[in-house]
Design a protein around this ligand. Structure first.
Ligand code: FAD
Length: 483
């Protein structure tokens, strides 16, 4: 059977896949596109994660789409509200009509002779093999494995008599009321779970190997609410979005240039929230500088409140082993628990776990260099939507989608069928894709494409520089080869 052909094939119907489709509809209205989604529904991350309290850890004025004002009261929003926002965007724009659910993409092969990709997917529970062809492949497949999260090997884990849950596998049936809970971890998921579970659990202990920077921010933005009432949703959204972008950039630069000052500010906030008798040095003072790993944001200081009122506590210790009653720590003490939540992170994954080949040659992602943080050296007609690590994901995805549309329109105007970034400059050196020291990054970064030491191969993680490069930069820049 001849495979179905589309101009652009998008992989993934999460936050990024929907924004990609929106930009295509607006800027390349003649292009026929389809979205292949492995799961049964729209939303990606915001549909998968169902653990208590799931919410954004960046503000919705920057995590929201540039074209669709965020109008909810809360600026640090709950998962279901974000999911609703993504789904409404898809249905109001007819994007949902173009999604093929239960299509898990396994392989894509580029043929230079035909100037097209042939994409193989497994459909439905029976995993029927289906093929598509497309001129341009747009990967909006996120950055981690959906099947399971990361759990380190814990000695004696089989001995524990209570329940062990990974947040990525949370279901509504999980009951923690009146139970003694230990949450292992200190990242965004742990600091979200602890105050929420502490509302009904007997007690929640956050057990961390080492501390993370935690910063309290208001859950609602009073200025945004006032501006919205006075000037309307669109104006308020853009104004607060820019304020938040600029403040985020300023704070990131402060962390990188004056880490001691930034550290003082962050720890000062924690001391104020927890009181002078609390051991902030042991539990909330990381050994690294701010923004060498992601900061954890807690809306209205909910984590600190649950510690202050005694419903939650923090233990900073290495785990020796699991026992039948709980966890033995390396100092010999034991934490008893009825339930253990392993908020130990994600398993990062490159390009939605699919394999790629170009003209019959298998591609190793680790050997590629990323171009403008969205395409790859020697890979024609393919882009990925990846967000920032130091700011909201959507900011970069929106720009990437704009750029892809500009590229497609440029190719149409000139009659080109393919475009491929070529790295020919011998002075460009390689660097890891991400410079975060976090475990989940370090575990996987070797498998990821590299970035280069200078433009257009360097990842600046800077929204303003990316606006210049992606919205206004030359499409024909001497690096992108067209044919
Ligand atoms: C718990 C949690 C909280 C987060 N909070 C924030 C936050 O506050 N701010 C922020 O900026 N970022 C946050 N992030 C990062 C977050 O993942 C992004 O903000 C954003 O949701 C990513 O959207 P996406 O569409 O690119 O990827 P995803 O949400 O991961 O969606 C990818 C989609 O692609 C599909 N897919 C993947 N591979 C294939 C394949 N081979 N074939 C078919 N379909 C495939 C998946 O099923 C999924 O539907 C958070 C992440 C997590 C896990």
């Amino acid at each position: 059977m001849t495979p179905e052909h589309v101009d652009v094939l998008i992989v993934g119907a999460g936050l990024s896949g929907i924004v990609a489709a929106w930009h295509l509809q607006q800027k390349c209205p003649d292009k026929r596109y389809a979205i292949l989604e492995g799961r049964a529904s729209i939303g990606g991350t915001w549909d998968l994660f169902r653990y208590p309290g799931i919410r954004s850890d960046s503000d919705m004025f920057t995590l929201g789409y540039s074209f669709r004002p965020w109008t909810h009261e809360k600026s640090i929003a709950e998962g279901p509200t974000i999911l609703n926002y993504i789904r409404q965007t898809a249905s109001e724009n007819g994007i949902d009509q173009n999604i093929r659910f239960h299509h898990c993409v396994l392989h894509a092969a580029w043929s230079s002779q035909d100037a097209r990709w042939t994409v193989q997917a497994a459909r439905g529970e029976t995993k029927d093999a289906v093929s598509f062809t497309c001129n341009f492949l747009f990967l909006c497949s996120g950055y981690y494995k959906y099947e399971e999260g990361y759990t380190p090997e814990f000695k004696g884990i089989e001995n524990f008599k209570g329940e062990i849950v990974h947040p990525q596998k949370w279901t509504e049936a999980i009951d923690y009321a009146n139970k003694r809970v230990v949450v292992i971890g200190s990242g965004a998921t742990a600091v979200t779970l602890v105050p929420e579970m502490a509302k009904t659990a007997a007690h929640v202990t956050m057990l961390q190997r080492s501390p993370t920077y935690v910063v309290a921010r208001p859950g609602s933005d009073t200025l945004a609410i006032k501006l919205r009432k006075r000037f309307g949703a669109r104006f308020a959204y853009q104004a607060i979005r820019w304020r938040n972008v600029l403040f985020g950039m300023y704070f990131f630069q402060l962390c990188r240039r004056k880490p001691e000052r930034a550290k003082q500010l962050l720890l000062g906030g924690v001391k104020l929230a927890l009181g002078k008798d609390y051991d902030v040095k042991t539990h909330f003072t990381p050994s690294y500088n701010p923004w060498q790993q992601r900061l954890c944001l807690v809306p209205d200081g909910d984590l600190f409140r649950s510690i202050r009122n005694g419903r939650a506590s923090v233990v900073t210790q290495h785990i020796d082993s699991f026992t039948d009653k709980g966890i033995r720590l390396q100092d010999g003490s034991e934490l008893e628990a009825d339930m253990i939540v392993t908020a130990t992170g994600l398993n990062l994954q490159v390009m939605g776990g699919m394999s790629l080949a170009v003209d019959g040659k298998a591609i190793e992602p680790a050997k590629l260099m990323s171009y403008k943080g969205m395409m790859y050296s020697d890979i024609p007609n393919l882009a990925t939507a990846t967000g920032y690590t130091n700011a909201s994901w959507t900011l970069k995805c929106d720009l990437t989608c704009e750029y892809v549309c500009r590229l497609l329109n440029h190719m149409d105007r000139r009659g080109y069928r393919s475009c491929v970034p070529r790295q020919t400059d011998p002075s460009v050196t390689e660097a890891p894709w991400l410079d975060f020291t976090s475990g989940y990054v370090q575990r996987a970064v070797a498998k990821f494409p590299k970035q280069g030491s200078k433009r257009p191969w360097k990842l600046y993680q800077n929204y303003v520089l990316d606006i210049v490069s992606l919205r206004f930069g030359r499409i024909d820049d001497g690096v992108m080869e067209y044919s």
